[in-house]
Design a binder for this molecule. Structure first.
Ligand code: HEM
Length: 210
């Protein structure tokens, strides 16, 4: 029995069906993976001055933040429904401490590692103004590790993971994340030329004395 089940001793049969929590868990997991993909892709675009060509940068920024907030809500529902579901033996602690759950410990453990990384990213983003930019950035970039770890968790523990529709969706998401990573590391934006330098170059070309 999980610790939450001790707080709610009656068996939680939402809408009179013991499977409701399981359905909620699966549905939120799936939506969560898509949301985290969107957050990551728009995060990469928002960090670029020329975000996606015609897309104004503030739009990418707003999408990045708004969807990130929504993802946190879905994550909360996903993990709480897993803990409350009596069919699987997952305790509150297993949300953040990996590889200790009574049900599929390895795969659920990957989920816990993803949650830990996400918590680090969220907390450092809230404290961004109080830490060196380089520290914030290093921790923020761990989303590129978090995403594949969550993906492995989903593939290993999900009921739907073997269905062609789920596989297709998760491959599309993986390709989107891969494209974002390639854009981030292999297509850096041209470094803006400092104004002094621009002046100097122009003066050299037009022959002026400064
Ligand atoms: C960022 C973190 C996480 C993400 C993105 C995520 C996402 C997913 C996805 C996409 C699935 C597959 C759903 C399906 O195939 O129907 C899944 C399954 C599952 N997740 Fe997570 N998850 C995360 C963390 C966790 C944690 C920490 C727990 C446990 C405390 C957990 C519990 C479960 C369970 C029990 C299933 C299996 C549902 C089933 O029986 O099909 N997840 N997760």
């Amino acid at each position: 029995m999980t610790s939450l089940a001790l707080v709610f001793p009656a068996r939680i049969d939402l809408f009179g069906d013991p499977k409701t929590l399981w359905f909620i868990n699966r549905a939120t997991g799936l939506v969560l993976l898509v949301l985290l993909t969107i957050v990551l892709v728009f995060g990469v675009l928002a960090a670029r001055k020329s975000a996606g060509g015609k897309l104004p940068r503030f739009v990418s920024n707003e999408v990045h933040r708004g969807i990130a907030l929504t993802a946190v809500i879905f994550l909360a529902i996903h993990v709480i429904s897993a803990v409350l579901d009596d069919f699987v033996s997952i305790d509150l602690i297993n949300i953040v401490v990996p590889w200790g759950s009574g049900w599929k410990p390895v795969w659920i453990g990957f989920g816990a590692v993803a949650v830990d990384l996400l918590i680090a990213v969220i907390v450092t983003s809230l404290l961004r103004n109080r830490m060196p930019e380089s520290t914030w950035r290093l921790i923020h970039l761990s989303v590129f590790a978090m995403w594949p770890i969550a993906w492995i968790h989903a593939l290993g523990s999900g009921t739907d993971a073997k269905s062609p529709a789920y596989l297709a969706l998760s491959i599309v998401c993986a390709l989107a994340v891969l494209a974002a990573a390639l854009l981030r590391w292999f297509k850096p934006e041209p470094v803006p030329v400092p104004q002094e330098e621009t002046r100097g170059t122009r003066s050299a070309h037009d022959g002026s004395s400064w």
